[in-house]
Unconditional design. Structure first.
Length: 285
């Protein structure tokens, strides 16, 4: 876990606990001795890919640096009903304070990792990689994109600041592909930016316009059929990184991969996910 990620995580954990605990966990405060020690284990009640273990450890350590977390399964592990991911020992008050936050994060991250792994498996044997998008939960993007990585996918741009991605609205507002791309190159030069430029194209006319200009870094085929993608990849002929996007599902992604595109972006990796069923169960010590 790099420094910037950990700093973002700690800030998130602080705000999330403040939202949940407020003035105090009155149920635990009123029923359990503050000094009482306990143990809990993370039980898997589903089948999929585990994600968020490393995050859970950080949450419990934030609550109490003396908390002991025994990791049994790591992020990226294939899990099934009945598996135990980890055991945590420490003050019961702190275990219960972190329980829901840990579960909420791990269930969603594991759901995303599982979904991603299914898309990766559907393209097995091809060179194509699956990308996530910005269709994420506000302020949870860093965790959701981490889950995509754990599931075997690749992160696209993180936000609006780390890539110039010229999409249909930019093209229409700018007055066309040529105008938009020309202004993007001028802006990069003026502001000494080294970020890549990607252009979304809606048809072969727009693709040919892109290919006639100074080379951008990547071209995205928006709502092309697999047959159109294969033709477009041939036209590009290795000059640019290629990406297909728009309504691509688990059943159709194989056809896009076999069309020879470098990447397929799928918003459903993060915005249409079923959380993995996990449970934290108490044990006295």
């Amino acid at each position: 876990m790099d420094k910037s990620f950990k700093e973002k995580l700690i800030l998130f954990v602080k705000e999330a606990l403040a939202e949940d605990v407020g003035n105090g966990d009155y149920t635990t405060l009123s029923t359990i001795d503050p000094a009482q020690q306990g143990e809990a284990q993370l039980l898997v009640k589903d089948t999929g890919i585990l994600a968020g273990v490393e995050i859970a450890v950080e949450i419990f350590n934030y609550l109490d640096p003396e908390m002991v977390v025994e990791t049994i399964l790591n992020d990226g592990a294939s899990v099934k009903y009945g598996d135990i991911a980890f055991r945590v020992r420490g003050k019961i008050h702190d275990i219960l304070k972190g329980e829901r936050l840990v579960l909420n994060i791990m269930q969603r991250m594991s759901g995303i990792a599982t979904q991603t792994s299914n898309y990766v498996a559907a393209m097995a044997g091809t060179k194509t990689k699956v990308l996530d998008t910005r269709k994420t939960t506000p302020l949870l993007r860093f965790l959701e994109k981490k889950a995509v990585e754990i599931g075997g996918g690749v992160n696209h741009r993180f936000g609006l600041y780390d890539m110039i991605l010229i999409k249909d609205n930019h093209v229409d507002y700018a007055g066309g592909i040529t105008a938009a791309v020309t202004r993007a190159f001028d802006y990069k030069k003026e502001h000494h930016l080294t970020i890549p430029i990607e252009v979304e194209v809606r048809n072969f006319d727009e693709l040919n316009q892109v290919l006639a200009l100074a080379p951008v870094d990547r071209v995205m085929f928006d709502n092309f059929t697999p047959e159109q993608v294969a033709q477009a990849v041939t036209l590009v002929n290795g000059r640019l990184i290629t990406e297909a996007s728009g309504g691509i599902t688990l059943t159709s992604i194989r056809a896009y991969a076999e069309a020879g595109v470098d990447y397929v972006s799928v918003g459903a990796l993060t915005h249409a996910v079923k959380s993995l069923d996990l449970s934290l169960k108490a044990k006295l010590i």
